[in-house]
Design a protein. Structure first.
Length: 249
């Protein structure tokens, strides 16, 4: 189960999260039509290394890169490939950092040039879903309150929530219980976990235009929508405090 972090531990994980946030800012500025996906991965790894930190994903269960780069119908875990970005695509960038023996995890989905109205609406809804989930991450609430608020909002907007992939606790490990689903139905055991001051959670709605169902590519990593519809992913590592949730990334 996720730790109840003390002041020193919060400072340590905050430093990891700040490096990660700066990394994603740098990568986002480098996203444009014609940009090499492999170059994006190189930019991220070089910056993280310059901060005397380590990429959290590279080598994790054999994953070969610093970023996961998921384009259009790819939901998560896309391995950076020797391709260039194309106008009209959306690209989800997910990254993690290890600093001071603490992990951070964050993702954002970015437009490549001008995108369709449908894709822009998908980005807006997914980002707002994350904001709504975070707003419910307060002492005395349960994981259920985060999960239910995300599902209700996304489905009210006519989109679908991925069920097989969820958020999680974070700290001295990348993935710690409890899981943080983006749905409250069907019910999972982690939904009853009460939120307490000092918990760090990674909240990460994954939202599809079409069906919620997924499939995995032959590379064993890349997960995409079953029907080929576009998908978006936004994620923050947050801290539960006595006042309001603190976004660390």
């Amino acid at each position: 189960m996720v730790d109840i972090n003390n002041h020193m531990e919060v400072n340590a994980i905050s430093e990891s999260c700040q490096i990660l946030s700066d990394t994603l800012d740098l990568v986002e500025k480098s996203i444009f039509p014609g940009q090499s996906v492999l170059e994006l991965d190189k930019i991220a790894e070089n910056y993280i290394s310059s901060c005397n930190a380590k990429p959290a994903f590279k080598g994790y269960d054999g994953f070969p890169a610093t970023l996961t780069v998921s384009i259009d119908d790819e939901i998560v875990h896309g391995i950076p490939k020797d391709v260039v970005l194309v106008e009209g695509q959306i690209v989800s960038i997910d990254c993690g950092v290890i600093k001071n023996d603490f992990y951070s995890d964050s993702a954002r989905t970015i437009a490549v040039g001008k995108i369709s109205e449908e894709k822009q609406r998908l980005l807006d809804v997914t980002k707002k879903a994350l904001e709504i989930g975070i707003k419910n991450a307060v002492i005395g609430n349960k994981i259920f309150d985060i999960s239910n608020s995300i599902q209700e909002y996304v489905e009210s907007e006519g989109f679908s929530i991925v069920r097989e992939l969820v958020g999680h606790g974070i700290g001295r490990q990348l993935h710690i219980k409890p899981q943080v689903p983006n749905f409250s139905n069907p019910v999972t055991a982690d939904l009853n976990v009460e939120l307490k001051e000092g918990m760090c959670l990674a909240i990460e709605p994954m939202v599809n235009v079409g069906t919620r169902h997924i499939k995995t590519d032959s590379d064993g990593w890349t997960i995409r929508t079953e029907d080929g519809s576009a998908s978006a992913h936004f994620e923050h590592s947050i801290l539960i405090t006595k006042f309001q949730p603190r976004i660390l990334t």
